[in-house]
Design a protein around this ligand. Structure first.
Ligand SMILES: NC(=O)c1ccc[n+]([C@@H]2O[C@H](COP(=O)([O-])OP(=O)(O)OC[C@H]3O[C@@H](n4cnc5c(N)ncnc54)[C@H](O)[C@@H]3O)[C@@H](O)[C@H]2O)c1
Length: 449
């Protein structure tokens, strides 16, 4: 099929390249001329494992091309994916300005019947609004919902090997188009769930809110674990083994972030208020997350209080590993707290340095590698669990530092190795480990009998 994907960000680029790899002919459209020029020159403007290779292969096969010209793309395509951003307003509701601007462009440019596939995450009921709007078009425009569940860092794999694909259509014709688009994945046996547009829209929001809720839940429990001397890692394993609970998204840490969870939780709460329903639980998810970041920063500030010009080496800035995405990264709030307290910050991230620098400016000393970042630091604060941080030689790291404290905001370091190197290990919801000490009550499964 001939497709246009409007919006070449994380979702649009991955969707476009993957749909091309399923055999469709895809035109990626973006208003950002620099982004399109880069893509046309074979450079991929975001970091996402496997994406550059996929785009290169599909471009070579002539199944994928890029343009800034929406009209020509709409003319050429029978199916138009909309994958533009839906950022939050200050009140938490989703700003759909960009989405409706694209809808209007499609209405203007349509030269025949088309299908509009809404990939952007939108509040339940948005499909109805779009359907009402496109009724003014002189050509029939079918509106369907196909929310995207990919995770940055594993986006290509998530698109091509999904847990499920959700089709939201209020007509048989819309459903048929969606089936045709995804036929190769259907043939491979991936699960398809067909439902109404409103249900599909709500499924996406509810999935993100549920995941954010699990993170906030374990983070709240981690505070009590710390207060009573329990180890949240043992508790996590203990509850995650219950098949009704499961182990995923139960890792205590410095809070969730990214372009989706914070904004989707807020937008869902706002949508509930619009329906005159009080979102008690949704409001608490965000509050717990904000407190988690503040408390982590507070522990660092308290520990270093009284030192002359305390210096913190921040390891990791991206909201999670394998991405350069800094949107709503927990590191931003933690760094702001540390900077406000007058601490000197030296920071390093394998991929997100440029994006972080654009947001935080020159108040932070940006470093090119882990060693430069750590040299002379009183404390390390690990904020993103990139594998390269986990595999460090702690004997060597200790020689670079002025102080002796390691704050593990992702509970990912081997506490025994850190302590054996003469460092104090501080994690989230776990008892601190003093230099030279091994961890007490290590986790493990006791064999039966
Ligand atoms: N990033 C994720 O992990 C993820 C996952 C699932 C769903 N989503 C949802 O997908 C949507 C897109 O997210 P994203 O992270 O890809 O956003 P993004 O900001 O990375 O990309 C959006 C792109 O749309 C372009 N754009 C804006 N207006 C345009 C227009 N009129 N014509 C053409 N291009 C235009 C922008 O220039 C930008 O490149 C959002 O609704 C988001 O909530 C994101």
């Amino acid at each position: 099929m001939e497709l246009a994907v409007i919006g070449c960000g994380y979702v649009g680029l991955v969707s476009g390249a993957c749909l091309a790899s399923l055999g469709h002919r895809v035109i990626g459209v973006d208003t950002d001329a620099e982004r399109i020029a880069q893509l046309q020159a074979g450079r991929v403007p975001i970091y996402e494992p496997g994406l550059a290779e996929l785009i290169a292969a599909q471009t070579r096969q002539k199944r994928l091309r890029f343009t800034t010209d929406t009209t020509s793309a709409v003319h050429a395509a029978g199916v138009i994916f909309i994958a533009v951003g839906t950022p939050p307003f200050d009140h938490g509701g989703a700003d759909l300005t960009m989405l409706f601007a694209v809808v209007d462009q499609v209405i203007q440019a349509a030269n025949g019947p088309k299908t509009l596939v809404i990939k952007s995450t939108v509040p339940p009921g948005t499909g109805e609004q779009i359907a009402a709007r496109v009724a003014s078009c002189r050509h029939p425009l079918e509106v369907v919902s196909n929310p995207e569940f990919l995770r940055e860092g594993a986006a290509v794999q998530d698109f091509l090997q999904p847990d499920r694909i959700v089709f939201g259509a209020n007509s048989q014709a819309g459903l048929e188009i969606l089936r045709e688009l995804y036929q190769p994945l259907i043939d491979h046996g991936y699960a398809i769930f067909s439902m109404s547009r409103q249900s599909a829209e709500l499924t996406k929001f509810a999935a993100n809110a549920m995941l954010a809720m699990r993170v906030s839940f374990i983070n709240e429990i981690s505070l009590l674990a710390f207060a009573v001397g329990a180890d949240i890692e043992s508790v996590r394993v203990g509850i995650g083994a219950d098949h009704r609970i499961g182990p995923a998204f139960l890792k205590a840490g410095v809070g969730y972030g990214g372009s989706c969870f914070p904004k989707d939780v807020a937008a869902l709460a706002y949508r509930m208020r619009q329906a005159n329903l009080e979102p008690h639980l949704l409001d608490s998810i965000a509050k717990v997350n904000a407190r988690q970041k503040a408390l982590f920063a507070q522990r660092i500030i308290e520990t270093l209080r009284g030192l002359d010009h305390p210096r913190v080496a921040v390891w990791g800035l991206a909201f999670k590993p394998d991405t350069d995405d800094m949107r709503e990264a927990p590191s931003l709030d933690v760094l702001r707290h540390l900077l406000t307290a007058g601490l000197t910050i030296s920071a390093y991230d394998p991929q997100a340095m440029d994006n972080a620098r654009r947001i935080l400016g020159e108040r932070v000393q940006w470093q090119r590698d882990i060693c430069a970042c750590t040299r002379g630091a009183d404390a390390i604060a690990l904020l993103t669990d990139w594998p390269v941080f986990i595999t460090q030689n702690w004997e060597h790291i200790a020689t670079l530092m002025r102080g002796r404290h390691v704050f593990d905001g992702r509970n990912c370091l081997a506490s025994g190795k850190v302590a054996a190197a003469g460092l104090h290990y501080h994690a989230v919801g776990r008892p601190p480990v003093a230099p030279g000490a091994g961890r007490q009550g290590a986790m493990g499964v006791i064999p039966a009998g």
